[in-house]
Write a protein that binds this ligand. Sequence first.
Ligand SMILES: *Cc1c(COP(=O)(O)O)cnc(C)c1O
Length: 373
Amino acid sequence: MEFKEFLKKHLEEIKSKNLYRQRVILSRNIVNFSSNDYLGLRDNQKTKEKLLQNIGKLDLGSGASVLVSGYHPIQQELENFIADFKQTESCIVVGSGYMANVGLLQAITEEDDLIFSDELNHASIIDGIRLSKAKKVIYKHLDFEDLESKIKSIDTKGKKFIITDGVFSMEGDIAPLDKILEIADRYNAVLIVDDAHGTGITGEGRGTLNHFGIKPKDNIIQVGTLSKAVGSYGAFICGTKLLIDFLVNKMRSVIFTTGLSPIQNFISLENFKLLSEEDYRREDVLKKAKYLYDGLKSIGINIHFHNTPILSYIVCSEEKALKIRDTLLENNIFIQAIRPPTVPKGTSRLRITVSHKNSYKEIDKLLEIISKI
Ligand SMILES: *Cc1c(COP(=O)(O)O)cnc(C)c1O
């Protein structure tokens, strides 16, 4: 097949299934209920002013891989801050959450290893498993009994890993880490928690392990992103000194890529400090999410609330999800329709996320329009 034909054919197929996607630039007058900027730090004025004061001493680019000459004082400061915040021995900041998962799983696994993975884990985890030489075992969503029966029944001479989102990106529900850690301990496995959506939200903002009162230890690895509640860009992996030392030497998405811009790391550090100091942001967003949930319930919408800012209004059909999205947009409200392959077939939805920046008035307007639809 001609290359052009290939491109056209696939796009047409995508369109015919109502799965066509386009990037959108939201104009400022549109109310956004589709951002991961839960704490409203993405355009924080204090951080902007600090950046202006410090811009003279920050390089624009890092200049090289962090292993060559791209490691700058601001990144070290950021890593120390995060390690302290998460109470782990050490931390490494990497390019993005996607790069963190892909590079981590590839680096720490070898043939004969097993990776037990929740069926609704994020795509970057799935891609990381694909790039690793380990064998994957998928367990049912949040189902630690299914996990245990699988880990019990498969024997290996290699290592075992259990990986789960802390807060699931499309559902907003929380992994039962207490139960999962018990299983990891019992079967000598390493637990990896991807807290992209837990960071700044669960466990007093310190993440989903803290939510369950679990202290960091040798067989736990925590991944988080700086692009969601932190409102910046980049990601981190927290664990033992030994682990981070190993990753510096083995993680291909650290070694063979340029370090983050010192400016970006400065923004991450300043926003992270605000996240840790200004508890009201988290408390406010969770209150607003609960308010929206109560409102949706009262107009007869079947939906779950997990004390996170993510509310998943599952409408099943792609067509219906798109229709609701478009009607909301006509009323200056944006909620993206999330469709396969981001979510499983038959579970297309409006993924509503609440931000500290959304007002109660905006939530009321959203409820009013949804009730009319
Ligand atoms: C968003 C997300 C990532 C990717 O993080 P980026 O920094 O945006 O690349 C990884 N894991 C989960 C669970 C996510 O939701």
